[in-house]
Ligand binder design. Structure first.
Ligand code: CDP
Ligand code: MG
Length: 673
């Protein structure tokens, strides 16, 4: 290893390091990874660094509108703070504590962990909502994890988010586009709801700029009275723990192929270093799959020294079973090698990691407003990210981080911080969401980081050309409002609405549903050949869109069998097409009220009388609940393009909306005994 690697000269730093990295700080968890599994949940909770700050956090939340909590990954911010709030009564009286995450996989993982710690069934007291999957119950859920995108959607039905007492915006340092929009809107909501509490948590001191954002001089001027002013000032709390050093090693020379370099490094570590799990940071499913294949082959040909490795991928889109493998403790005498996207950088904590291999890259979104092309490209990470990644090695004992780049590159070429996503994205979805929330002056919106005027103008142009915005840049009626209501990209929503006129809604909805999920194919690592064969079976000359239709037909013919999906490498969960349609058009749901006149329905939204159009295949079939695409009025209101649905999906895909409508309906039509 000596000729290959050069030891680094970085020194351990403290939390308030001027460059913004939080490194070499680790929690005071028991120093043996295996000891972790035996302690009761209560003991484990008390050992987390955040536990010492429990009273301080609760005091700050009580006395400040906004509290910013900075603390290293794994210190207990996400799993503990919502529980402290609940214990302190913030969920009493039917109120709900929300905790947002930029990533779906993180939402699922932390929600199930918190439910487990509290000894409750997931979906009851503790629940979660991600797009197309709602494991929560509005009547009993008191701690709700959700993606920041889903919380933005909830604002369409409840602009002031009235059911939440505390909203914790987690992983704020990531500066995802939805997080930034959310922060801007929450700042507005706070003015109307002084009792609402915000917690913004972050793994790095990037929090400073967020604190400045919530502390604008205007707010200070407005608040004359001392007490009010101090309540409006954001409080900042740093969670610190005793740390384990992480030794940094750099490459002597730049590497040509980081996947191959990562594989060689893992083999070297496994060969020469004592026990301890390895975490490798690559960029996406494609290079992770290649690395796993190479590593498995090379380990096999290397002989007995390389046995004992458990090689696992980690990226969003994994099945629950695959996720469980990654989080379960490493069996004695084995070494876990987790090959991950940057999801393991701060969103998820893996116990037992002692060695980190950092490729220096991640997949990032880049948008060029001039060419209107948005690319997801493999791009160099920032110093702040490199420090986060290294920090993953020091959780349980002193660790080592192998950077697959030179020290010179790190010092002189890596940028200090990443660029907020909003400054490198296509803003079409973002603009339409703000418009739908009644924010008309988009250019004047109070952003944590302003997007470029070019991107803004480009987005307005696109929406105008889609017919979503009118000459005054207001949402058009009904198209603009319909497109905004569908939780899909505006282009896809528009495609669905247009298909209605072209008479191909059935097909387009299937295609739209497939386009709106990550992949219809099951992650095929280890079975690439079989996956390719399966793809060939469905391939259509016209391209992917028609291929999706073939797959869906096959799925229907199989009687929607999960076995069929498994055999054909198709993601069964992705095939809930009708449910996806429900998610898009929940506002167009209708219930059968009477059989008179060939079936009279009432819209759940407004109790309007509607009928199935005679052109529909469901005319005279009269399912109990249906969703329509559009209404045409002749002698009466007819629903065109109707699809039957299960009423329980409504509460699942649009809990707020549905509940609210029910209440309103009850007010309008009181039951008279
Ligand atoms: O949010 P933060 O990074 O500060 O920490 P956390 O996610 O609340 O994690 C606190 C502890 O819970 C860590 O020791 C994790 O290993 C553990 N945890 C877990 O075992 N399984 C999960 N799904 C989530 C957290
Ligand atoms: Mg966290």
């Amino acid at each position: 290893m000596a000729q290959f690697w050069k030891p680094g000269t970085e020194k351990p730093r403290l939390l308030d390091d001027e460059e913004g990295g939080v490194l070499f700080l680790s929690s005071s968890l028991s120093s043996s990874a295996s000891g972790y599994g035996y302690a009761s949940f209560e003991k484990q909770r008390q050992r987390l660094p955040v536990y010492k700050y429990r009273t301080a956090i609760l005091y700050l939340v009580e006395s400040h509108a906004t509290t910013i909590v900075v603390g290293e990954t794994g210190s207990g911010k996400t799993t503990q703070i919502p529980q402290y709030l609940k214990e302190a009564g913030w969920a009493d009286g039917g109120r709900v504590i929300a905790c947002t995450q930029p990533r779906r996989l993180a939402v699922q993982a932390v929600a199930s962990r918190v439910a487990e710690e509290m000894g409750v069934k997931l979906g009851e007291e503790v629940g979660y909502t991600i797009r197309f999957e709602d494991i929560s119950n509005p009547d009993v859920t008191r701690i709700k994890f959700l993606t920041d995108g889903v919380l933005l959607r909830e604002m369409m039905d409840d602009p002031l988010l009235t059911k939440y007492s505390v909203i914790m915006v987690d992983e704020a340092h990531e500066r995802s586009i939805s997080t930034d929009i959310l922060l801007g809107l929450l700042k507005k909501i706070q003015k109307r709801r002084p009792e609402l509490r915000l917690i913004i948590s972050s793994a790095t001191i990037e929090a400073k700029s967020i604190s400045n954002f919530f502390q604008s001089s205007k707010r200070r001027r407005v608040a004359e009275d001392e007490e009010l002013r101090s309540r409006l000032e954001p409080a900042i709390l740093s969670v610190e723990g005793r740390g384990f050093n992480v030794q940094i090693h750099y490459m002597e020379d730049p590497v040509q192929d980081y996947v191959q370099a990562a594989v060689s490094t893992v083999l070297l570590i496994h060969d020469q270093e004592p026990a301890g799990d390895i975490l490798v940071f690559l960029t996406g499913q494609d290079d992770i799959d290649v690395a796993i294949k190479l590593l498995t082959e090379e380990a096999r040909s290397n002989g007995k020294n390389s046995s004992g490795m458990i090689i696992l991928p980690l990226y969003s889109g994994l099945s629950h079973a695959e996720q469980d493998l990654v989080f379960s403790p490493t069996p004695k005498g084995k070494r876990k090698v987790v090959i991950s996207t940057n999801i393991a950088e701060t969103s998820l904590t893996l116990e037992g990691i002692v060695y980190v291999v950092d490729s220096g890259f991640s997949k990032q979104r880049f948008y060029n407003p001039i060419s209107d092309i948005e690319n997801l490209v493999v791009a160099p990470i920032s110093k702040a990210s490199a420090r986060q990644r290294a920090g993953r090695a020091g959780r349980v004992r002193p660790g080592k981080c192998y950077r697959l780049y030179t020290e010179e590159y790190f010092v002189n070429e890596m940028s200090v911080q990443g660029i907020p996503e909003i400054q490198r994205s296509n803003l079409v979805s973002c603009v339409i969401q703000l418009k739908a929330l009644g924010i008309d002056n988009i250019l004047g919106f109070d952003w944590p980081a302003s997007p470029s005027p070019e991107s803004m103008i480009r987005a307005l142009e696109v929406l105008y050309s889609l017919g979503v915005l009118d000459d005054d840049a207001k949402l058009t009626s009904p198209v603009g409002f319909q497109v905004a209501e569908i939780p899909l990209e505006p282009m896809i929503s528009k495609m669905i609405l247009a298909s209605n006129e072209l008479g191909c809604s059935e097909e387009i909805i299937t295609i739209a549903a497939v386009l709106s999920i990550q992949s219809i194919w099951f992650s095929g690592w280890g079975a690439q050949k079989e996956l390719d064969e399966a793809k060939l079976r469905f391939a259509a000359a016209e391209g992917d869109h028609v291929t999706f239709l073939n797959i869906y037909k096959g799925f229907l013919q199989s009687g929607k069998s999960s076995k069929w999906c498994h055999k054909n490498f198709i993601n069964y969960h992705a095939m809930l097409v009708r449910k996806a349609v429900t998610a898009g058009f929940f506002a167009n749901a209708c219930r059968l009220e009477a059989f008179s006149h060939g079936g009279m329905y009432k819209t759940i939204r407004g109790s309007q009388e509607v009928y199935i159009h005679p052109s529909s295949v469901l005319f005279r079939v009269n399912p109990k609940c249906v969703i329509y695409h559009s209404l045409v009025s002749t002698d009466r209101q007819y629903m065109r393009n109707v699809i039957s649905m299960d009423p329980s999906w409504l509460t699942e895909v649009a809990p707020n909306f549905y509940q609210q409508q029910q209440q309103q309906q009850q007010l309008r039509n009181p039951i008279i005994h």
